[in-house]
Ligand binder design. Structure first.
Ligand code: TXA
Ligand code: MG
Length: 337
């Protein structure tokens, strides 16, 4: 199939919306990462998303709405706390897992009785939802397991020939996927995937916020996943990725002793004057690291890196999300010096 690249004008957004209405799959920009969008209520369209990504059928899709007030149409129950969170964080990079109603097909929910609801703030995604009149199911627009796309070019590289169109809405603002939460009770939420809405921000609205242990430690052999996405390899470039928690001096020493010509490092902006080996940089503080990370992991593959040593980021604030993506890319192995 031919994949057309559409630009951000009203005529082309109309075209994208028409495609979605007729059951096709379109790559769409959001403020977090690009998504592979289709009508969440159309089982065949949703199957095409799973096929294009090579995604396991039990890994559910997030349903994107133009406004949180529409969530009542697709859910069986919405706690008061969800409304308060929506007031503070919607539209934006937050996904709330809620009990689904019968309108959401099990294909979309990966067989679960729940559905992830998100109200994206990106004007292009917002407009396409409105023009299509559909709730849009959209996972990140990467081949399953690979780093998420933060530009239309990334989506084209992964999806050319597999989907009907990609809409170019520029670089994704946040660069990492939304924070996914579920509700343990009326006052407590559980972070299933960290993102740009941080624990500290959630605590402005919730009495307590639990960080699911699998975020930092992965799943043990007998653990059940609170979110199916936790079970699968994700965010990994082709290159072997190794995270190192150490001082810059120890990092330089370790890399010097363990490199060959295909080894690269991913370091902080401020490190580069004191770093004598092949490298790319990924920002200085957590927000810019989040913005740059996935693009850098893709660049490392393009320049032929076979092994990548990464400077471990801080775990506070948005840093937890950056750390989570990297520790998963590294298969939960960290070298601590
Ligand atoms: O920022 C984002 O969330 C992007 C953009 C496109 O909106 N979407 C995204 O979707 O990252 P995806 O499918 O790549 O990741 C969704 C994650 C998966 O790990 C999935 O297992 C989890 O959210 N998830 C979705 N629905 C769930 C549910 N009902 N219960 C538990 N986890 C769920
Ligand atoms: Mg994904």
């Amino acid at each position: 199939m031919e994949t057309v690249l559409l630009c951000n004008n009203d005529e082309q957004l109309q075209k994208a919306a028409e495609m979605i209405k007729t059951g096709l799959v379109v790559g769409i920009p959001t403020e977090t990462v690009y998504g592979l969008g289709a009508d969440a209520l159309n089982e065949n369209a949703v199957r095409s998303i799973f096929a294009a990504k090579g995604r396991p059928a039990d890994n559910p899709l997030i349903v994107h709405l133009a406004d949180f007030s529409q969530a009542v149409n697709y859910t069986a129950y919405i706690p008061d706390l969800a409304y308060r969170l929506a007031e503070r964080f919607c539209p934006g990079p937050l996904t709330m897992v809620l009990p689904k109603n019968e309108r959401i097909p099990f294909v979309t929910s990966g067989g679960l009785e729940t559905v992830g609801i998100r109200v994206p703030s990106h004007p292009v995604m917002h407009r396409i939802i409105e023009l299509s009149g559909c709730p849009i199911a959209a996972p990140s627009a990467n081949i399953s397991g690979y780093p998420s796309p933060t530009s239309a070019q990334h989506v084209m590289r992964d999806m050319n020939g597999r989907i009907s169109a990609v809409v170019d809405g520029g670089q994704s603002e946040f660069g990492i996927e939304s924070t996914v939460i579920s509700f343990d009770n009326e006052k407590t939420v559980r972070i299933l995937r960290p993102g740009s809405v941080t624990k500290e921000m959630l605590l402005e609205v919730c009495d307590s916020v639990i960080i699911d242990p699998a975020i930092l430690n992965g799943l043990g052999e007998n653990d059940t996943a609170a979110s199916p996405g936790m079970k699968y390899k994700h965010y990994s470039p082709m290159a072997e990725t190794i995270m190192i928690e150490s001082s810059l001096d120890d990092f330089v020493k370790y890399v010097g002793e363990h490199s060959d010509e295909n080894t690269y490092s991913l370091i902080f902006d401020n490190d580069k004057d004191n770093f004598p080996y092949k490298h790319l940089t990924y920002g200085a503080e957590s927000e810019s690291q989040a913005h740059l990370l996935f693009g850098r992991l893709r660049e490392l593959d393009e320049i032929g890196a076979k092994k990548v040593y990464v400077r471990a980021p801080s775990c506070s604030g948005v840093g937890l999300a950056v750390y989570n993506r990297l520790i998963r890319a590294a298969g939960f192995e960290v070298i601590r010096i």
